[in-house]
Write a protein that binds this ligand. Sequence first.
Ligand code: UDP
Length: 312
Amino acid sequence: MKRVLVTGGAGFIGSHLCEKLIQEKNRVICVDNLGSGRKANLKNIINNPYFVFIKRDIIRPFKIPGKIDFVYHLASYASPPYYQKHSIHTLMTNSLGTYNILELARQKRARFLITSTSEAYGDPLVHPQREDYWGNVNPVGIRSCYDEAKRFGEALTMEYVRKHGLSAVIIRIFNTYGPRLQKDDGRVISNFINQCLAGRPVTIYGSGNQTRSFCYVSDQVAGLMLAMKSGKTAGEVINIGNPDEFTVKEAAHIIKKLTGSKSGIVYRPLPQDDPARRRPDIRKAKKLLNWKPAVKLEEGLVKTISWFKNVR
Ligand code: UDP
């Protein structure tokens, strides 16, 4: 039986990953400071004998006795309002924290997967974004606490590959949604669903012509697990996301339709450095992992909306 460490395991993606790992008969150690994660996200597995939850902030080094075979390193604030509110903590989590987890993985000779982000491409000038594009990031803007910290994490991971022979893979996660998105995290999908369900106006920032490509959480988790298991991914950077691209305005209309909401639309200023277009090129994931997303936006939104209805 494999022993797996998941940092950020009480978060949105992390909790789905932990559940899937338990289903696949792994022992799972979940470390989370509950900064944006929630213990409620773990309710299906918290009493499972093969699951352990440890409340801890990875900024400070810690030890875990016994072997660890796989490390999934997800811990970080990830939604723009949250990481901007906790900007210094976000920088430290993705630098010091990532260093601590890399050291742990090195000592345990574990395979290491770090979740980086499509924000590594900044406001991209190349479209769609392929892994070998270096990006267009404002190093001192309000998003840099996340973008640059994640880029540092990628650089540090690659040095562990080169200097220590660590078997590590970097995944650039593109916008992901699904049940357990936090209600107040300020992201577009959660905001629009909550606004529609409450009959409040839907807040479009800027013109609404900016685009995003939304990946359903089960597809995301499947991609992460395949990347971890694959023998071909050491030292590789791989995009995992859904290439179906929508404008924010289109997303608002789809969510209004699916919720049957009569909410109006209001326009708010576009936040600084908000990327104009974002869409992953996923040919590398298809080739290396034989992975592609299976869930279409409307199908995933129906499940997400029904989850939000139940938690309200
Ligand atoms: N957005 C919006 N209304 C909202 C929340 C977000 O129009 O209530 C826009 C935001 O400006 C961005 C896109 O939706 O262009 C996606 O934002 P999100 O915060 O979900 O994540 P990002 O992809 O920017 O990291």
